[in-house]
Every structure is written in C-alpha cells, then in structure tokens.
Design a protein around this ligand. Sequence first.
Ligand code: PEP
Ligand code: MN
Length: 338
Amino acid sequence: MIVIKLKPHIAVKQISGIINLIEKSGYIPNISKSDGVTHIGVIGDEQAILKLPFRRLGGIAALSRTTKPFKLTGREYKSADTQVKAGHTVLGGRKVVVMAGPCAVESYPQVLGIARAVKKAGATVLRGGAFKPRTSPYSFQGLKEEGLKILAAVRQQTGLPVVTEVISSSGVGLVSRYADILQIGARNMQNYALLEEVGKTRKPVLLKRGMMSTLEELLMSAEYILAQGNPNVILCERGIRTFEKYTRNTLDISAVPLLKQMTHLPVIVDPSHATGIRSLVAAVSKASIAAGADGLIIEVHTNPDKALSDGFQSITPIEFSRLMTDLSKIAHAVNRTI
Ligand code: PEP
Ligand code: MN
C-alpha cells in the first residue's frame, strides 16, 4: 500500500484532484485523518502507483509504503481511534456503547417490549437477528424480511439504531435498506464475497471474530471491508472454540487490549455467545469494560426459557438493568462513561 500524506492546509480542490487521479487509474482511495493530518491509502501495484503524476497536483507532503500485513486497519497507518457513527451513537469514543436485544426477532410486540426496556436501562443500539445462521438447518432460521420490517418499525418507535445480521452477499442490498449496522456473524468472518459486498456500502459493519480464527485473520477480514472504501468497521470478540466444554466458547479477554494496540478500529465484546450461560453474562461484561472494550452486545429476552433462539444465554430486562448500573461503575473506574 502507498500512503499519501497530505499537507496540513491543502485546498479542497487539490484533494479532489488527487482522489480523481487515484480513481481514474483504477484504485480505491482510502482517506483517513489522524492527529489533524489527512492520509490517503492506495492499495495495488506499488511501482505503478508511485509512477502516477501526484506531485504535479501539489498539496502532498510525503509518499511512503506500508510493509505491515495490516494496512488500513493498523495503527501504523492511522494512529488515532476510529469513531463509527450509527444514528446518534458513536462507537470508539469515550462512551461505552451497549447494544442489546433478542437473539432472534420473533414478533413486533416482543422486540418493542425488549427495546423499550433496554433503552430505559441505557442501551443505545437495538440488536435482533432476522436472518439466523443456525448450526442446524432444522432450527428457527429467522423471520427474514418480515423481521427486518419489525426492527425498522421498532426503531421508528424508540429511536434506537438497529444492528442485524446479513448472511449472504446477495442479501446485503435488502438488509442495508433496514439496518443501521450490518452484522457479519462468526460463521461468515471469512466469507470474502460477503465482506467485499458490505465494503462497497458505507454502512457501519459489526465484524464478529470467527470461532476458530486468529486475531490476524480477524484483522485481515476487516481489511477486505476497508479496502473496498468502507472505513466503518467495528470488531467483536465473541469467544473462540477451545477444549473447555462448560462454556459455549472461551472468551479471549486479552484480545481486547491487544486489538486496541494493533488497530484503530472500535472493539466490542459479546458476552452472550462467549459464555452461552446467562449467569456468566454480567461478570464477563464487567471484565470486558475493565479490559478496555468500546462496547458490548448482549442478548436480552423477556422470557428466555421460551426464546426461539439462544434462550439459555439471554438475560431478562431486569437483569440487564441491574447490570447497566454495575457497568457504569466499572466504566467510571477506567475513565469512560456509559
Ligand atoms: C448472534 O449474534 O446471534 C450470532 C449468531 O452470533 P455469532 O455469529 O457470534 O455466533
Ligand atoms: Mn444468538
């Protein structure tokens, strides 16, 4: 990747000239701002990119190469934290963002009831799956477009932006029409066609770590999205598969501070899928905030025992409300708000 560092007081016209040249030559410009300096990353044949007549356009302070495997996601390219906006919510800032809702959308009254309760307790994003990638083809697969319509109607009622999963590249257009944040599930972390498709949108993308994926593979998957020109990626640690069988997955807590060192992207934790056990969700949520997570995504259900999906790991709205009170103390202790 070639990194073009722009001069501090470059004119807007000069910036568009540089961007036009990159696009006309068949490359995607990746623009980022860090400590008041704008950089444009260009991925492709480096020799050919360096031969483009940038200097003639003016306004350029320096051209350099990155050699690291993490190009657009790495702190080397962009040292300042990336902030991703969804509705009025900002991920990657001082405020810890809590997303909450049912695993699966079951009905309008179900989602509305949960959404109102979690909003009252302090959640600022509503989660809910309309397309469910289930391990068994015989399990509830989600309400699909009907579920998306329910989520959009609840957003209308509550003002909460919606995060929901997209499971195929052909579904990106449909899900984008309803969702505020596109979720890529653990099972699809290395579905490169899907990653490129969400990369072509400018919607925030919540990218979950694959259950057998390394952090390097997670960041490489994020690179696929950024390389298409979409910088709005949120990473999610949701537990990985180990020999331990008591919990559904093993939360890799060190992934949180490690990812924060490696990348400028926001990092959140999913304590529900990480543990698979509702009585563990509170402790793991607290640990995640203490470890520096920028947010949480938590499964909440008014009647977990009757839930159509993941009831055993869902907490009730009352438990969620209590947890939010505790989390605000932890957030405070690590100089954050919630
Ligand atoms: C989910 O969020 O409901 C989900 C299916 O998560 P994951 O992809 O992490 O298993
Ligand atoms: Mn779930």
